[in-house]
Ligand binder design. Structure first.
Ligand code: PGA
Length: 257
């Protein structure tokens, strides 16, 4: 059985003061929720604060990007080793806000994914289609192409112990979430694609959903058999909303699969 996981993606939000009260609130509310996993992905400068406040709690932390190189003259970059220095266990990779604004290629993202794995960081690989791609019915082909950067040259084994986040671009930050059925159908497709190469890796892989997850839609999304968790943007910025989503992930009917 795959354990549900809820990941907060703070994006470029936060301040020392605001983070302190958010993280203290998360600790208090999520402490008793022992049936799922929780992660907060913070901007780089706040990794030390996350480490200091979350150490010893049931919440782990991570970053939202990393360099594809391990060390050297790469101005402005942050390495996997540096993330490990601050106790990070997770890293979000290939988020569409990065791949569009910073022109990240699929190959680049695949290299970062391998770098994360080689440093025992769990990569959270984002894949997703645009509204136009969905409306023209090519969304599965688009997702398959994104997965193939890893599947075809590195093999399906790299997905075991990793996380894929299905993030339809039209659902991110729009308030318009995918329906539970749309999410389930794409998650099933992703798992089947990986299973063609390695059934065990596909079965182990946690596939989470991201895009306007909120307290009102979380239970139904998380109750889908192939939705193993959520990547949460806007609703990870308040204690009430984030803890409500985490409660939905930890409830018995959700974890029954
Ligand atoms: P959102 O962001 O929850 O604000 O839609 C999700 C994401 O970008 O991962």
């Amino acid at each position: 059985m795959r354990r549900k996981i809820v990941v907060a993606n703070w994006k470029m939000h936060g301040s020392l003061t605001a983070n302190q009260s958010l993280l203290e609130g998360f600790k208090q509310k999520l402490g008793p929720l022992i049936h799922a996993d929780y992660v907060v992905c913070v901007p780089y400068p706040y990794l030390a604060q996350a480490q200091q406040l979350l150490q010893g709690s049931n919440i782990r932390w991570g970053a939202q990007n990393l360099a594809k190189f391990s060390v050297g003259a790469y101005t402005g970059e942050v390495s996997a080793g540096m993330l490990r220095d601050f106790g990070a266990d997770f890293v979000i990779l290939g988020h569409s806000e990065r791949s569009t604004a910073y022109c990240e290629s699929g190959e680049n993202i695949a290299e970062k994914f391998m770098m994360a794995k080689s440093h025992d960081l769990t990569p959270i690989l984002c894949v997703g289609e645009t509204l136009q791609e969905r409306e023209s019915g090519v969304m599965e082909r688009v997702i398959a192409e994104q997965l193939d950067y890893l599947l075809s040259s590195r093999g399906a084994k790299v997905f075991a112990d990793s996380i894929v986040s299905y993030e339809p671009i039209w659902a991110i930050g729009t308030g318009l979430s995918a329906t539970p059925e749309q999410a389930q159908s794409m998650h099933e497709f992703i798992r089947a694609r990986i299973a063609q190469q390695d059934a065990q890796a596909a079965d182990q892989l946690r596939i989470i959903y991201g895009g306007s997850v909120n307290p009102a839609n979380a239970s139904k999304l998380l109750a889908m058999p192939d939705v193993d968790g959520a990547l949460v943007g806007r609703c990870s910025l308040t204690v009430e909303d984030f803890s409500a989503i985490c409660r939905a992930a930890a409830q018995p009917q959700t974890i029954a699969y």
